[in-house]
Design a protein around this ligand. Structure first.
Ligand code: HEC
Ligand code: HEC
Ligand code: HEC
Ligand code: HEC
Ligand code: HEC
Ligand code: HEC
Ligand code: HEC
Ligand code: HEC
Length: 408
């Protein structure tokens, strides 16, 4: 699979020098008809080879319909499991579970409201546990006495469903007639037509295409970017805010690569990492060494990590649901969130995350070329903090070493 030829093709097709990619609209095949959603079961009746990998991807499981019992995930999914509904609720009280597949789950009740804990102002959450931050499995945001349901709005479900339409755009319809839902969708989860567009016009003449195929940062950025867009990076609670892989990619050295140069869009990186990644770092950087960490293994409590390129270049600089406390970082300024960053560049100066923020602290500063780099508090200080099995460094000493990291 990972042949040099494939990369050469990929470079020519996806590097910015060959022309900036633009989002592809779904053509109507010249009939003037509006395309309609036909459902993934129909797609899979012909493309059956994709059934198994797709079912195992986080996309397929981004929203589960609950029918009186716990959400059913594929047996080979390594992390997924939401065994119980929130305290004082039965599964019969729940209409949908959001996620619960790779990081955490939120819950939508039978009336279509997102269960929230009033005190915390955030959705009730079941965490699947995150060893690098020392986060255990279990409910970490629980239902308070006075639960306040917030609308399960378009803002929330548009990225977790297929064919999402808001009440403003669909004539006031609500999924399942549930009053708390701010619109409708054709299928729960990110199914085939979430990326390929409605497929009705593809069926009569498959060779004509009539489906979108955009694996660029812009294409995937329909959901892997926040409302501020892909040319800015939002910060939240001392971390890069979640679902901004597109914006992060563009702010780093790989801006010229499509997501699909590295990712097979149909294979889960969480559940089948080997098959999911089309090109490894060393495929394109054959001369890079392991920066003095060859064969080193990091151990902290029950967490074990064999050092690889991602250990430093894709640190947990993003926080989706949880981050580590001082008990895990040693209070020396290290930071650990729960999503790996896609910036790739490392800032070797002794600066910390706060120095990256703009004046009101909600955005990452980008330089004149729109670039940034992750700071050493996310990189070295995640491990070299005196808590895990790696000697203690200060951010200043880490900076001195980092400047010559690959020179040996
Ligand atoms: C009746 C069988 C059939 C069904 C149903 C079907 N396809 Fe296809 N599809 C094909 C065939 C055959 C091709 C290959 C055409 C070719 O190689 O020229 C194809 C090609 C494609 C391609 C590649 C297009 C390109 O430009 O490279 C995509 C993407 C695709 N299908 C997605 C879908 C999706 C999404 C659905 C459901 C909405 C779907 N297909 C339903 C038969 C089908
Ligand atoms: C712009 C698209 C987008 C919106 C809007 C969005 N999400 Fe997500 N969500 C994602 C992406 C992408 C991921 C996974 C990648 C990441 O976390 O960076 C994700 C992950 C999650 C997860 C973890 C899933 C799992 O299986 O572990 C939960 C839970 C979640 N989102 C809940 C919500 C809730 C609740 C809302 C509304 C308040 C929401 N999301 C709005 C795109 C979105
Ligand atoms: C996350 C977005 C996404 C989802 C979900 C998705 N695809 Fe794709 N698919 C792509 C992209 C992007 C390509 C472009 C070619 C590539 O990079 O592999 C593609 C390529 C294809 C192709 C042509 C090449 C191939 O791999 O055979 C077919 C057929 C296809 N998809 C069918 C499907 C079907 C059927 C589903 C649902 C089971 C689906 N896709 C779900 C993004 C997606
Ligand atoms: C240069 C290669 C590369 C490119 C380009 C790339 N990724 Fe990744 N991505 C990876 C690797 C490697 C991982 C797995 C990291 C790990 O867990 O070891 C990953 C993981 C992810 C994850 C899971 C992160 C987590 O920690 O939960 C998401 C989501 C993701 N990528 C989305 C995207 C999107 C969207 C794009 C395009 C905007 C993209 N990636 C472009 C290499 C890449
Ligand atoms: C319709 C919205 C949507 C689009 C479009 C989309 N994603 Fe996602 N993606 C999500 C959501 C939501 C999640 C979190 C799912 C979960 O874990 O519950 C996610 C998770 C992921 C993950 C981690 C989960 C896993 O099992 O590996 C990767 C990798 C990923 N997306 C890559 C991509 C790539 C590459 C593209 C473009 C080809 C893309 N996504 C397009 C919504 C989307
Ligand atoms: C498909 C090929 C490809 C893959 C896979 C890839 N890279 Fe790159 N990488 C590139 C290209 C192209 C550049 C841009 C060089 C430039 O800007 O001139 C680059 C640049 C970089 C840079 C900045 C180099 C500099 O001189 O500042 C770093 C750091 C980097 N990559 C790390 C990684 C890591 C870590 C991985 C694996 C997670 C990875 N790359 C995977 C192609 C790739
Ligand atoms: C222990 C942490 C660490 C590991 C592991 C690591 N790097 Fe680096 N890497 C760095 C630091 C720090 C820099 C310096 C950043 C700079 O110069 O801006 C760097 C620089 C780079 C650069 C750009 C400068 C150069 O020397 O070419 C590339 C490309 C790169 N690394 C690729 C990789 C690849 C590929 C791997 C895995 C084989 C890897 N790195 C493993 C920390 C690491
Ligand atoms: C994922 C954890 C992790 C990260 C990230 C990490 N290291 Fe390490 N590092 C280790 C472990 C584990 C060892 C081996 C410790 C031992 O043998 O006592 C090590 C060893 C070292 C060594 C000694 C190398 C040798 O020849 O024995 C240096 C120097 C070092 N790290 C510096 C850094 C710097 C600087 C950074 C950030 C750019 C960094 N490390 C990032 C875990 C990490």
């Amino acid at each position: 699979m990972n042949t040099a030829k494939q990369i050469a093709t990929a470079s020519c097709m996806f590097l910015l020098g060959c022309g900036q990619s633009v989002p592809q609209s779904v053509p109507n095949g010249g009939t003037g008809e509006d395309p309609g959603y036909i459902g993934s079961a129909t797609c899979l009746s012909c493309h059956s080879g994709l059934a198994e990998p797709h079912a195992l991807h986080g996309h397929a499981n981004a929203l589960s319909v609950i029918d009186g019992t716990a959400p059913l995930f594929p047996e080979s999914a390594v992390i997924a499991d939401v065994p119980n509904p929130p305290a004082d609720f039965e599964w019969t009280d729940i209409a949908w579970v959001i996620g619960g597949y790779t990081k955490a789950a939120n819950f939508v009740d039978r009336d279509g409201f997102l269960l929230t804990a009033e005190a915390e102002q955030s959705p009730v959450r079941y965490s699947l546990g995150h060893p690098p931050t020392g986060t255990p499995t279990g409910f970490d945001v629980t239902v308070s006495d006075e639960i306040s349901g917030t609308e399960f709005g378009f803002d929330c479900f548009r990225c977790h469903t297929t064919g999402a339409a808001s009440v403003e755009s669909n004539g006031g319809l609500r999924q399942g007639n549930r009053p708390g839902v701010g619109g409708t969708w054709s299928e729960s989860g990110v199914q085939c037509e979430a990326c390929h567009g409605p497929g009705s016009l593809h069926i009569p003449n498959p060779p004509a295409g009539n489906v979108a195929v955009d694996g660029s940062a812009r294409g995937c950025g329909a959901c892997h970017a926040r409302d501020i867009g892909i040319d800015a990076i939002e910060a939240l609670a001392g971390f890069i805010a979640p679902y901004q892989q597109s914006a992060e990619l563009l702010a780093g050295p790989h801006a010229g690569l499509s997501c699909t140069v590295c990712h097979d869009p149909h294979i889960s990186v969480v559940n089948d990492r080997q098959a999911a990644l089309r090109n490894q770092c060393i495929t394109c950087h054959p001369d890079a060494n392991m920066a003095q960490h060859d064969g080193k293994i990091f151990v902290q409590g029950d967490y074990v990590e064999r050092m690889n390129c991602e250990s430093c270049h894709m640190p947990f600089a993003t926080r989706s649901t949880v981050s580590a406390t001082d008990a895990v970082t040693g209070g020396l300024g290290g930071r650990i969130g729960d999503v790996r960053s896609h910036v790739f560049s490392i800032d070797v100066s002794p600066r910390g995350f706060d120095d990256l923020l703009d004046t009101d602290g909600t955005r990452i500063n980008l330089d004149a070329n729109g670039k940034t780099a992750v700071t050493l508090d996310f990189v070295c200080m995640r491990c070299h903090n005196g808590i895990g099995r790696a000697f203690e460094l200060t951010i200043d000493s880490a900076s001195q070493v980092a400047q010559k990291m690959h020179d040996f």
